[in-house]
Design a protein around this ligand. Structure first.
Ligand code: 5GP
Length: 179
């Protein structure tokens, strides 16, 4: 069990420096894409919180910051395969540039759920999906992020917002344990 081990048992997959450099690069790309148009950011809690707060600091346009909560993982290493909307209250996004920010795309079910939800409820001006990490090998949908920072293999990662059983979100790097 991961919660029986300490932080020193974690191996570093992506360092704090690597994360911050890639996020700054992504910020630049988004500034070029949106120009000065306002953007409604939708941060998917809780895993995307670190990524979102670091990314939005690089954005130069007016940013309207929103948070929603979904869950698909229980307290283990694998997705339940079912997405639950825990809190998805949002402002009127009709005609807006909407940027969804996720921590990681694994099966892609969460991303698909969100994109379907947006398309069903709003006619946005633009709808883009960005993810810090992309586990391409485990995808069960045809969803591809519009922007992603790092491709990773099929391993369970923690840190920088990502948890195991609620812990490790505070780490400034992405780590993993060999299971
Ligand atoms: P998906 O719906 O794409 O299968 O999974 C998305 C969600 O599963 C992510 O937002 C994240 O909360 C969780 N998840 C997927 N892979 C990992 C992982 O390796 N570590 C952690 N901590 N959470 C993960």
């Amino acid at each position: 069990m991961l919660n029986m081990i300490t932080e020193k048992d974690l191996k570093v997959l992506i360092t704090e420096r690597e994360l911050q450099d890639k996020i700054a690069e992504l910020g630049k790309k988004l500034n070029e894409y949106y120009k000065k148009e306002e953007v409604y950011v939708v941060c998917v809690l809780k895993g995307s919180v670190m990524f979102t707060v670091d990314l939005v600091k690089h954005l130069k346009m007016p940013v309207h910051l929103n948070f929603i909560r979904l869950s698909s993982y229980g307290s283990g290493f694998t997705s339940t395969g079912k997405v639950n909307a825990v809190d998805i209250s949002l402002p009127d996004l009709n005609g807006k540039n909407v940027l969804i920010i996720e921590d990681i795309i694994d099966t892609g079910l969460t991303a698909k759920f969100l994109i379907d939800f947006m398309n069903l409820n709003f006619k946005t001006k633009t709808l883009n999906f960005c993810s810090l990490l992309d586990k391409k090998e485990t995808r069960k949908t045809d969803i591809q992020p519009d922007y992603s920072c790092f491709d990773i293999g099929n391993q369970f990662v923690v840190g920088y917002g990502l948890d195991y059983d609620g812990f490790y979100r505070n780490l400034p790097y992405i780590g993993y344990v060999e299971t």
